[in-house]
Design a protein around this ligand. Structure first.
Ligand code: TK8
Length: 341
């Protein structure tokens, strides 16, 4: 009798264990296609691979993230549509390209807004960034984390930019975003909005004279092959957002969602570290490869800032005064704390 009782208790214990193990591991086989416009060896591509490794480790190998680089699945704008339609699970677009659908994201790119990366991290990982991410679900998107794209610099095939006047008449590709179009028009350039995936060919065929992007992108996309001049203008900070299709997200169990969220944050920290280190290396590589690199003289930076002011004032209203004010006050708070979170 005692023996039977023992068996019953033991069985109950085993059952409880099985239930709790199941509850803990509500993770099924999942296949996730993740597309990017950049190359696989770009720090963004490396971070996607890191993300895939972390997701695999946390899900016992059940959840598989597959990277499609180089625009194989489309560009930032078309991939976001594919996420909304539920035909692609993930992508990492520059937030500037979301502005056509959610204006609030535009404020991140105000020229000369952030002084350094620490300020950007603190604002984006704090309540302001969370508020922006909270705008995504109503558009069929889930934002998991902000990854750094970086401070944007200017390249072209015609001349070094030594004065603001040197922008005059340059045909520059910009992202599909009115703030960028207008900023460069104000500087006298001919701003042409275009998808990143078409950019190399456009520069090769001289459809455009130049473009602006952070140094790691100039290096990984081999823009030095078609661009002679790189001017460190540091005019705007830009950021990627790791995103998932809400249609797909809603089919996941809370455990699976947790795996993705945690992996997104861990790979964010990895991405920021690697892209910052890559920037220094890329700059010396580009010089070695024969690119003529120059700094924009401080007096010209002052002029550039002054020229950008009316554009910022206009888009503060265009993107929404409340969100702009919130950003400026959040930035004040961050600065008061010395750029720390
Ligand atoms: C790559 C883009 C790119 C961005 C751009 O898909 O379009 O210039 O800076 O990094 O997201």
């Amino acid at each position: 009798m005692r023996h039977v009782k023992f068996v019953a208790v033991a069985l109950a214990a085993v059952a409880a264990l099985v239930i709790s193990t199941n509850a803990r591991a509500e993770v099924k086989e999942r296949k996730i296609k993740l597309g990017i416009g950049l190359t696989e060896d770009h720090p963004q591509g490396q971070a996607v691979k890191k993300f895939a490794e972390i997701v695999a480790a946390k899900s016992g190998g059940k959840m598989k993230v597959k990277l499609f680089a180089g625009g194989a699945l489309g560009n930032d704008v078309t991939m976001v549509s594919a996420l909304q339609g539920g035909t692609q699970e993930m992508t990492v677009p520059d937030t500037s390209t979301l502005v056509g659908q959610i204006k609030d994201f535009g404020v991140i790119n105000f020229p000369f807004l952030f002084n350094n990366e620490a300020e950007a991290d603190a604002v984006l990982d704090g309540p302001f960034g969370d508020k922006l991410l909270a705008k995504l679900p109503e558009k069929g998107l889930i934002g998991l984390a902000f990854w750094e794209n970086g401070f944007r610099q200017t390249t072209n095939s015609k001349r070094p930019i030594n004065t603001v006047k040197d922008y005059d008449g340059l045909k520059l590709r910009v992202m599909q975003n009115p703030l960028f179009i207008e900023t460069f028009k104000t500087l006298g350039a001919n701003a042409v909005p275009m998808a990143f995936t078409e950019l190399f060919t456009a520069m090769e065929t001289k459809t455009v004279d130049g473009q602006e992007n952070p140094v790691p992108t100039i290096k990984a996309s081999k823009f030095n092959e078609v661009q002679k001049y790189l001017t460190l203008t540091k005019h705007t900070y830009s950021v990627w957002v790791l995103m998932m299709s809400k249609k797909f997200w809603d089919t996941l169990t809370p455990d699976e969602q947790k795996v993705l969220k945690e992996a997104a944050i861990e790979s964010r920290d990895y991405e920021r570290k690697t892209i910052r280190a890559a920037g220094t290396q890329a700059l010396s590589d580009l010089k070695l490869a024969g690119m003529k690199v120059n700094e924009l003289p401080p007096a010209e930076v002052v002029k550039l800032r002054a020229k950008a002011q009316p554009v910022i004032a206009k888009y503060t209203i265009e993107f929404g005064e409340p969100v702009s004010k919130e950003l400026f006050s959040e930035l004040q708070k961050v600065r008061a704390k010395g750029g720390k979170k």
